[in-house]
Write a protein that binds this ligand. Structure first.
Ligand code: ATP
Ligand code: MG
Length: 481
């Protein structure tokens, strides 16, 4: 298997650490929050909290703040994971795998030699930064001294403009950091510094990417998925579950609401929606998402719409759908080509789940040809006929709430799910809303029998555990909207 960049960097540090008498660690620099003036320290506190939570993946880490950076020292076997966390966490702009050594320039020179020893031959440049002015040697002298030692011991030539490798020395009063890798972090703002949003998550490729983009602008995201159950199978809900679990890497455990929407689609069809079926369904989804969002104190909605991607996303139709929202509706992918979105989904690790087969609840019962220009009048009339307020209220109350999670558990048994099921890796089954009253009846005591069974899908050693409960008064309700 090909080693990842964090794995290669971690291995390099491990080898050099003994002769260099240094400790492998990760130096993580703030991104944009460094610019935030007086709010900077509040932003940094949120980032630190997010970082501590995300770093649990790397084991017991030591974490300290140093000016505009954090120093994370994980156990040796956790270094690659710590670097990975640093690279994907919103709010960090630079990730430097480094050796931490005593604050002494001779020691820095020795460490530099050890780090460069096994690299391909070629030129080098030392980039020294005195991060605290109380460090007694200036940047220029650090660079000169370290550079001279490397030249003498390894015979490498100096090239300050186009070096084959750059050696970074970051000097603090009580410690020095030496590294040969300076990796670009995710950037953006720490999750939670811009507020909270409800993401409409379809189970397709676009909406998880839209969610990630908004997380990177500091929004903490909750998710709502509309499944075609009971007119369709539960596959799309499994996908939503796995996607939310995956997106939890960027913001911590996340909440998903699953709304059974099949009966409502049938109601729209039997009320004469005709060619307006898709748009009427979309407007209803937006209304329910809006109501859930308000109930859960979210301040915006997010969708994966991209202008012109499909008929429901012409400018006119986007306007008609947006008309159903009372909160701001954010569309971070509005100007993206599908190919760009796919690339990003692959990078985020959501693509494989998104392309698993499922039944789209939007096109359920929709006649063949979609409309690209819709007059809102007949839609409003249709909504009056179906008593849209009551439908929204019932669907909102009946939303199943869950906290998806993927666990590493190598000891899980082999999958026993039916081979025809398209449940993705890491998802647990969700009960069909046809049996929604059963799920609701056990709502108050979340357990695997609340619609979630214990993990299967051990084929890639990822398993799922999730507590499911229905929203507040669902227990009392049994009727369909
Ligand atoms: P995606 O856009 O996520 O790849 P898709 O292409 O199947 O899925 P579209 O038809 O493009 O979905 O829908 C546009 C947007 O509407 C989605 O990105 C999503 O935000 C929202 N949406 C569509 N269907 C659903 C659904 N079943 N549940 C929740 N949101 C949905
Ligand atoms: Mg789409």
């Amino acid at each position: 298997m090909i080693a990842t960049v964090p794995e290669t960097a971690a291995a390099r540090l491990r080898v050099a650490s003994i002769p260099a008498r240094g400790t492998p660690c990760a130096l993580l620099m703030f991104g944009e929050i460094a610019l935030k003036g007086r709010r900077r320290s509040a932003f940094a506190a949120v980032l630190e909290r997010n970082l501590r939570r995300a770093m649990r993946r790397a084991g017991e880490v030591e974490l300290h703040r140093r000016g505009s950076s954090f120093v994370v020292t994980p156990p040796p076997e956790g270094l690659a994971s710590a670097l990975e966390v640093g690279l994907e966490l919103p709010g960090l702009s630079v990730v430097q795998p480094a050796l931490r050594i005593e604050p002494d320039v001779d020691r820095a020179a020795q460490a530099a030699v050890e780090l460069l020893r096994d690299l391909e031959p070629g030129s080098f440049a030392v980039r020294a930064r005195r991060r605290e002015k109380s460090f007694p040697v200036c940047s220029m002298d650090i660079a000169r001294e370290v550079g001279a030692t490397v030249q003498e011991r390894l015979g490498r030539g100096v090239d300050l403009s186009h070096p084959s490798v750059e050696l970074h020395v970051d000097a603090y009063t009580r410690e020095l950091f030496i590294s040969v890798d300076r990796l670009r972090g995710a950037g953006g703002l720490p999750v939670g510094t811009s507020g909270r949003a409800m993401v409409l998550l379809s189970g397709g490729i676009d909406s998880p990417v839209a969610a990630y983009r908004m997380m990177k602008r500091g929004l903490r995201c909750d998710f709502v998925h509309f499944s075609g159950q009971p007119l369709t199978g539960p596959e799309s809900a499994y996908k939503a579950y796995a996607l939310v679990a995956r997106l939890g890497r960027f913001q911590g455990r996340s909440r998903l609401f699953v709304v059974p929407f099949g009966i409502t689609q049938r109601l729209l069809a039997s009320s004469g929606a005709g060619r307006l079926q898709v748009l009427a369904g979309r407007r209803l989804m937006v209304r329910v998402a809006d109501a859930l969002a308000r109930r859960e104190q979210c301040e915006a909605l997010v969708t994966g719409d991209s202008l012109g991607q499909v008929a429901s996303q012409t400018l006119r139709n986007l306007e008609v759908v947006e008309g159903a929202a009372t909160l701001p509706l954010l569309r971070p992918l509005i100007d993206r080509d599908k190919s760009e979105i796919i690339e990003e989904a692959q990078r985020l690790g959501t693509f494989e789940t998104s392309i698993l087969p499922d039944e789209d609840c939007c096109t359920l019962l929709a006649p063949g040809r979609a409309v690209t220009w819709t007059d809102p009048e007949p839609l409003v009339e249709l909504e009056r006929r179906v008593d849209v307020e009551t439908v929204v209220e019932q669907l909102t109350e009946r939303a199943l709430e869950m906290w998806p999670r993927l666990d590493q558990a190598a000891s899980e048994p082999e999958p026993t799910a039916s081979p025809s099921s398209s449940r993705p890796p890491g998802t647990a089954p969700i009960s069909r809303p046809g049996s929604g009253t059963r799920a609701a009846a056990s709502a108050s005591s979340p357990s695997p029998s609340d619609g979630m069974r214990e993990p299967r899908w051990a084929s890639d050693a990822i398993t799922a555990r999730g507590a499911v409960r229905t929203s507040r008064s669902a227990v009392a309700r049994t009727g369909s909207p």
